[in-house]
Design a binder for this molecule. Sequence first.
Ligand SMILES: *Cc1c(COP(=O)(O)O)cnc(C)c1O
Length: 380
Amino acid sequence: MNIRLFAPYLGEDEINEIRDAFNRSWVGLGEKVNKFEIDFSDFIGCRRSIAVNSATAGLHLAVSVFSFKEGKKVLVPDITFASTAFAPIYNRLNPVFVDVNNDDITMSIEDLENKYDKDCVAIIPVHYGGQPAKMELIIEFAKQKNLKVIEDCAHTVGTEYKGVKLGLWGDIGVFSFEEKKAMTTGDGGMICSNDEELIKVLIPRRWLGIDKDTWKSSFDYINPNSYNTRHWYYDINDLGFKYNMNDLAAAVGIVQLKRLSWMNSVRSKRIKEYLQVFSRLKHIKPLLPFNPDENSYWLFGVRCEKRDELILHLKTNGIATGVHYYPLNMLKYFREWYSPCPIAEKAWESFVTLPLHVHLTSEEIEYISEKLVSFEKEYF
Ligand SMILES: *Cc1c(COP(=O)(O)O)cnc(C)c1O
């Protein structure tokens, strides 16, 4: 047995779309990126989507667009990937680590109120593993305190929470298409917003601040009927970044987006199969209050007091595992921003991420489930 933790689901259709980009000899920022953005906006139901080369870049830009004064604070959950907390730091702002709820590992509203002070300017909630953060409460709190909200949607694409798509609750939503995520472009990300003013700044900022779509005007370079000698001209009004997605990644993304609903439903089905094992277990519990009929999870996991023994047991049986995540406030780099998050600092010690991806079969889930049962027999 050799069961991977995550695996992208890619096929012939992605290859054909890439071939089309090859045939047109255009692989940079171009038509495919444009099409992927339009498709994604239609899918999410937002005014504009802006494709970038990672969610990390997307979060950097999303925070930058508000021009917060240097040294201000941004509230982030303690259990997330580092990018969530890097985004404020890239912008010379300070991350404030907010504890999580023990049951769903999303941002604790109680600790959010605790950690808030007058220097706070924004919140970046994370839908941990695909479990929606309590957005109705976060938005209410943000409105009260006049905070901006950027949703880190790196763990779920396409789920609704209380009738609103995740990513559209806040001012800006940022999605990740890194290879392990719910859909992939190799590396890539998407920034979504309904706010025209923010969109106007974000579009050139991901393309070095250039104030026009260079790929659209390139046809004019060789147009024999055009007497415009300034076809090459553009202006720069802003410090921009080289954060754009390219047409090769977008080609993959266009097809992955079409597969997404199906991929989400396969993962939901696999989670339902996993959930059956818990009636046979006493010490190993589900990591989250999984509700695969409502939410699209990217991660499946369990909690177990004898975490490291369980990891070793699964490893010797050819089952890959992970731990998502070591609390950020315990990482060396974030030491200067340390503040206590007692729930996170304790909870992570029992986390084990189990394999979840579209290639995973029912038989493999059965096999993994049996190994969980045999672990309890042996260790408890
Ligand atoms: C993966 C991830 C990111 C970063 O995504 P990239 O596209 O790899 O930059 C950001 N936030 C969270 C919560 C993630 O899991």
